[in-house]
Design a protein around this ligand. Structure first.
Ligand SMILES: [Cu+2]
Length: 178
């Protein structure tokens, strides 16, 4: 099989996964892989409310190793960031940074269950992050009634269970530096 044919098959397989019905349910990242030592635009896709109730708050925990966070303001939503110390210093634009945004919160809406929206921040994936591992972005979705916690991480040695959780944390696969 030619390389281009193989690529086409892989692209088709990826497309099949991306456009599966579940792709727009849950809270998920639009771009699910990115190289370390690069800038990354995290687009959180909110496909539904909490058991039918409209969404009024989205809280995202920024993973250790992603720095220089700039969230995108949204009309109709109040934007708040929570800052703190990193576990260790990182180099950003040639300077050492030891603290920054650790949580991004959008409050507002309401975003109806039958509607779709995206919440975005950009940032830098440190060159010190380990390729072929995953970064997790736990999200708490608060609704007029109820809350959905998209915070479940794969448990070591029990991948089958983690893959079947109802509330997985949005995950980003880290690729080698390009
Ligand atoms: Cu869902």
């Amino acid at each position: 099989m030619s390389i281009s044919r193989a690529r086409t098959n892989i692209a088709a397989a990826v497309a099949a996964v991306l456009f599966a019905p579940s792709a727009f349910s849950h809270v998920t990242l639009e771009t699910k892989q990115a190289p370390v030592d690069s800038h990354y635009k995290a687009v959180f896709r909110v496909g539904h409310g909490c058991k039918g109730s409209p969404t009024v708050k989205i809280r995202v925990r920024v993973p250790e190793g992603m720095v220089g966070i700039k969230p995108q303001p949204k009309p109709g939503w109040t934007l708040q960031t929570i800052k703190g110390e990193y576990a260790k210093p990182y180099t950003l634009y040639g300077a050492q940074v030891s603290a920054g945004v650790k949580e991004v919160v959008w409050t507002g809406g309401p975003l109806l269950d039958e509607h779709y929206d995206e919440f975005i921040f950009v940032g830098y994936l440190s060159g010190g992050l380990t390729p072929d591992t995953s970064l997790f972005f736990p999200v708490v979705q608060e609704c007029e009634q109820g809350v959905a916690r998209w915070i479940d991480l794969p448990s070591a040695g029990n991948k089958a269970t983690s893959d079947h959780t109802d509330t997985p944390a949005p995950a980003l696969k880290l690729l080698p530096k390009q």
